[in-house]
Ligand binder design. Sequence first.
Ligand code: ADP
Ligand code: MG
Length: 210
Amino acid sequence: MAKETLTAEETRDMMIAVADAIIKAEPILTDADRALGDGDHGIGMERGMNAVKEKLEGQDFPNPGKVFMTMGMAMMSSMGGASGAVFGTLFRAGGKAIKGSDTLGGAECATFWREAAEGVMERGGAKPGDKTMVDALVPAAEAAEGASGGAAEILAAAAEGAESGKTASEDMIATMGRAKTLGEKSLGKPDAGAVSVSIITATMRDFAAG
Ligand code: ADP
Ligand code: MG
């Protein structure tokens, strides 16, 4: 059954499912980064998500925000590189914004995605159109904010926004990160980090859909 709200425990289980999905997608992320970058995105994300699982599995959390913050810190300290800071910030900034709530409802989901996007842009300096994961994250946040309903509806909207943002990134010329040296040669392929965001949001959608 679709979930209106998630407890801290359900949020933890949802993010363990996200970690498993990213670990499974390692070859896809590796290929995406090999096309435009240096090919280490899959391995980096896999390492980060293994650290996340170590910190989440079997642990109790006081609220959903703390689950996301713990996840972000595990990624920051285990991954290194651009994406360690960027993806770590996503979860830490989003989690921090909702740490006063006992459950993850529709409003908290929208706040999470908005503050995650703001935090990443502030930390990494990328703007929409630079062909980074921001191009999936900002449409996810906008779609979440524009939707109404409980957690399941808001997370579904975010996933749809991320998916179309990822696809739109194919037609962008990279102006940030390693891919920027490729110029117009970066056209035609999605950004690797945007692929990661689409997998993260789709897994959260599927978990909340029940
Ligand atoms: P690295 O660039 O250190 O090799 P990864 O390959 O793991 O790190 O991650 C690359 C991804 O990180 C890119 O596809 C892009 O989505 C994201 N990224 C890089 N720099 C930034 C930034 N400044 N802001 C947002 N995302 C970024
Ligand atoms: Mg790379």
